[in-house]
Design a protein around this ligand. Structure first.
Ligand code: SAM
Length: 274
């Protein structure tokens, strides 16, 4: 019988942010695979967990995955943790999990904190739809190219950012998305110096520029303002009919949404075109 791989979320700052189940699982497993064993030892000591630790990080991920799979197949249970938050979210782990799936080794989630969700939940920005993009590209050229791709998205864009790049990223965002675009910067969540800035990009630059920014940061870019649809409802109906595979029902729904008018009006207009 194969053992189970538990993917366990750990605190993103405040040591109290761990579930009862996470503590129990970490106590019970044969082995804990951790990104930085010295770092995780502090958390484990705090909860009197003395399970054996083994390193699993981006530099040994491939080779270590093979070893861990062997151990799992021999019946050992393993917990995967990262330095903070949820493993695999901008952290190593997916290779191991994908190998487990291929080999039929059970993988179980023990959910908990993640900075992306923590920041979104207090951002005050729309969360119906959001796109998490991990870390923004570190170099200006790549970052600007990336921002060009996402600037018109009608959903909140969430990214992780290093403190020393915050100002350049805000400047690039302003130039590409407009300095009046609302942003949220969530810093040091759940820690002593937790703060949340909310305002437009110009205000963010004024707020953060005077000091050297420190700590861990999640940046959120508000959804792009809805674009005014071009032409008439009739034009839009014809265009979608020609350019898409959508049914009349779907076309009517989409055009009504785009123009912010009642579906029944668009339906009547569509009847003349069918
Ligand atoms: N796996 C983690 C998670 O689930 O949030 C993320 C790991 S990623 C390597 C580390 C980045 O997450 C940091 O550089 C920062 O951008 C963000 N982060 C982690 N903890 C944070 C916190 N307490 N406050 C704000 N951002 C945080």
């Amino acid at each position: 019988m194969s053992g189970t791989l538990y993917v366990v979320a750990t605190p993103i700052g405040n040591l109290e942010d761990i579930t009862y189940r996470a503590v129990r699982v970490l106590q019970e497993v044969d082995l804990i695979a951790a990104e930085d064993t010295r770092h995780s030892r502090k958390l484990l000591n705090h909860y009197s967990i003395d399970s054996t630790l083994i390193s699993y990080h981006e530099h040994n991920e491939e080779f270590r995955s093979l070893q861990l799979i062997e151990k799992l197949q021999s019946g050992q249970s393993i917990a995967l943790i990262s330095d903070a938050g949820t493993p695999c979210i901008a952290d190593p782990g997916y290779r191991l999990i994908s190998s487990c799936r291929q080999e039929g080794v059970p993988v179980v989630t023990v959910p908990g904190p993640s900075a992306v969700i923590a920041a979104l939940s207090i951002s005050g920005l729309s969360t119906d739809a959001f796109r998490f993009v991990g870390f923004l590209p570190a170099k200006t050229h790549g970052r600007r190219q990336f921002l060009e791709l996402v600037k018109n998205e009608q959903q909140t864009i969430v990214c992780y950012e290093a403190p020393h790049r915050l100002i350049s990223s805000l400047n690039d965002m302003g130039e590409i998305c407009g300095f009046d675009r609302p942003v949220v910067v969530a810093r040091e969540l759940t820690k002593r110096h937790e703060e949340l800035f909310s305002g437009d990009i110009t205000e963010a630059l004024e707020y953060f520029s005077p000091d050297r920014v420190k700590g861990e940061i999640v940046m959120l870019l508000s959804p792009a303002p809805a674009r005014q649809p071009e032409g008439t409802v009739r034009d839009a109906l014809i265009r979608l009919r020609e350019e898409s595979d959508l049914s009349w029902k779907e076309i009517v729904k989409q055009v009504a949404k785009e123009f912010g008018v009642p579906g029944s009006d668009v339906y009547k207009e569509s009847l003349e075109l069918r």
